[in-house]
Structures are given as C-alpha cells and as structure tokens.
Ligand binder design. Structure first.
Ligand code: UD1
Length: 333
C-alpha cells in the first residue's frame, strides 16, 4: 500500500529542517508548512514548502486534503524561554491556540498520527534536576506551560478518537547536520551553543554566563545537550512506531547526562583554538538550575540509540555551520 504523505509544520526551522532532511533520505513524501518568521526557505533543501500559519484552518484543511496527509509532525512554535516570560500571550497564541487549530483539522480529515515537539520545560525544576516522563509537570515559564497545554489537548483528542500520537520532550538541542547543508540559523539567537559559536567566529563580541550562583558543581546552569541529528532520528523512529500500531506515548529526548555553561564555553574555546570573551551576568528569568533527562524510556520502547553523544562533535558541527554562515549568509538574500 502506498504510504501517506507527511506534513511537517515548522519544517523550515532548525529542528524541523533536520527532520525533513532525514525523512527525504528515507524517501518519504513530505510537505512543509512554515510561515518563515524564524525559518528559512533554503533550509528545506528543495522539499515542497507552503508558506502560511499552522493556525490558518482553511489553509491547513486544504493541505491535509490535497496531499493525502497521514501523519503530522508539529514543530512550528515560538521557543525562547525569556521572551515567553515577557510576552506570554504570544506563546499561548502561537503555540497553544495554533496547535488546537491544527488538531481540529487533523481530527476532521482523519489524520492518523501526530508527533508533537514538546520540551523539558514542562517539568519546571525537577527534583535533583533529573526528569522522568512521569515526574511532576510544573512549568516555571509560559513557554513550558504553552507546550504542556498542547500535550494535554493531544492526550484528550487521542482518547476521544482513533488518532495516535507521540510527544517528544526535547532537552537542549545543539549541533548541526554533519554534512554542513543546514544548521541553526536563527537571527538574534539566545541558545547557549549558538551564541557561543557566534562569539567564537566573531559575529558577536562576547558571550554572557547567566548566573554563577546556582547549586551546581561550578555554579553555572547544567543542561542535557542533544545533537540535532539524534533528535531528528528520534522523530523517524517515533513515526515508524506509530505506523506499526504503537500506542500513544511520551518520550524524553536527551542523553541522560549534562554539561554546565562553563563546560560548554570551554569546549567551544578549545575546538575554536582560542578562549572566548566571557562576561558574567546575573541569572536569567525563568531558568532552572539543572535539567537532565532520564532517557531510558525512548531507548526501551523505540530502540533509539544516540550516534552523536559527544560534546566535542556537537560543538564542532555548530562551529562549522557558524563559519559557513559568516562567509555565505543566505539570510541576507
Ligand atoms: C532550551 C530551549 C527550550 C527548552 C529547554 C530545555 C530554545 C531557544 N530553548 O532552553 O525550548 O525547553 O532548552 O532544557 O530552544 N545561557 C548563558 N548564556 C547565554 C545563553 C544561555 O549562560 O547567552 C545559559 C542559560 O542560563 C542556561 C543554559 O545556558 O543555563 C542553556 O540556555 P539556552 O541555550 O538558552 O537553553 P534553555 O533556556 O535551557
């Protein structure tokens, strides 16, 4: 039987574009829906791109119908934690309300499977900084809450219909396509690895450490950094799982160990061959001290095995991409 097509919302963005690339390498038929506010057409590497909003019911319904969509991978969202603190309604609008619209269209058009990009931010400050899928859900910023509300809508829709879903809770995504075709291209980036690589190649003067008084070994925040290629692969495995009849489930996506801000900055300096220009600032609003995945469930149920669990490789790929952006900035065209 011919395979249905896959709709990837936010497929021109950082993580979505890496997933689109891997799906196409597996010869899956992909349609990307992206409004290009933070994504880039070039990142889709020639996949079919429809420019528009996930919250546009008429457009989404048309796409689901015209392209015989069997599964939706939903990445489109705002993702910047501090911005969500200052502008919460932007996050509830674009993340929660748009997801509701998308799910309503999925239900109306008989979409079978949804894979949802969620976040470790749904855990808030987990005990000892370690989060299991069944740890208490207690986000400490509107970004995390906006994603948790979407998780709940998906849970309830699956209970009320034949739709099955996988929620993937991302920890700190970093690194780029090892072949250097796509990468993190966000303007005004806030992600630590991205900002540090920009400082390393000279597209910004320095990098700040937000807080050195956390209850962590060196006083700086600790995160579980996962290579975007491993994360993208988790989506493909989740899709296979659902297509083979797997039940709805939620999986943490991380490696199960973390690095501090200082360790990440040291690695960027080491790989670049020159120490970074660092300034110390106070803590940033909405940041938990430590956030590490218990990632056993995804290994057990999906059989997922990371291939890039190595900070040096992550940083090397991110630096290569940053150097490429510096010399050939496609975002200027
Ligand atoms: C990231 C994700 C968020 C996800 C979370 C899961 C993005 C934009 N954010 O947020 O969606 O829910 O991981 O853990 O994708 N830091 C500095 N200096 C900087 C930037 C960051 O010291 O210039 C520190 C932060 O205080 C934090 C750590 O580095 O301790 C990571 O921050 P960041 O890269 O911004 O990611 P998160 O806020 O953890």
């Amino acid at each position: 039987m011919a395979q249905h097509s896959i709709l990837v919302t936010g497929g021109a963005g950082y993580i979505g574009s890496h997933v689109v690339q891997q799906l196409r390498e597996k010869h899956r038929n992909v349609v990307v829906l992206d409004n290009l506010t933070t994504g880039f057409q070039q990142a889709t590497l020639g996949a079919e791109l429809i420019i528009g909003d996930t919250g546009d019911k008429i457009l989404v319904s048309q796409i689901l119908k015209d392209h015989d969509i069997g599964a939706v991978l939903h990445f489109a969202a705002h993702t910047i934690v501090p911005e969500s603190v200052t502008d919460p309604l932007k996050y509830y609008g674009n993340n929660t309300c748009s997801t509701r619209n998308l799910l309503e269209c999925c239900a109306a058009h008989g979409v079978k499977h949804v894979i949802f990009s969620s976040t470790a931010a749904v855990y808030g400050i987990p005990a000892e900084g370690l989060a299991r899928e069944d740890s208490p859900l207690s986000p400490i910023n509107p970004y995390g809450t906006s994603k948790l509300m979407s998780e709940w809508m998906l849970r309830d829709l699956s209970a009320a219909s034949d739709l099955t879903h996988v929620v993937l809770r991302y920890f700190n995504v970093a690194g780029c396509d090892p072949q250097g075709r796509i990468g993190q291209s966000t303007r005004k980036a806030t992600l630590l690895t991205k900002v540090a690589c920009e400082a390393a190649v000279g597209t910004r003067d320095q990098v700040a450490i937000f807080g050195t008084d956390y209850p962590t070994p060196d006083g700086t925040g600790v995160r579980d950094y996962i290579h975007v290629e491993d994360l993208a692969n988790a989506h493909l495995m989740a899709l296979d799982y659902l297509e083979q009849g797997g039940e709805s489930n939620t999986f943490n996506c991380g490696y199960g160990h973390g690095y501090s801000v200082r360790e990440v900055l040291d690695m960027v300096g080491k790989v670049n061959g020159e120490a970074l220009n660092i300034k110390v600032l106070p803590r940033r609003a909405g940041d938990p001290p430590s956030l590490i995945a218990d990632a056993s469930r995804i290994r057990e149920i999906l059989g997922w095995q990371p291939a890039f669990d190595d900070l040096e490789q992550i940083v090397q790929s991110a630096l290569n991409w940053e150097r490429k952006l510096k010399t050939h900035d496609f975002r200027n065209h």
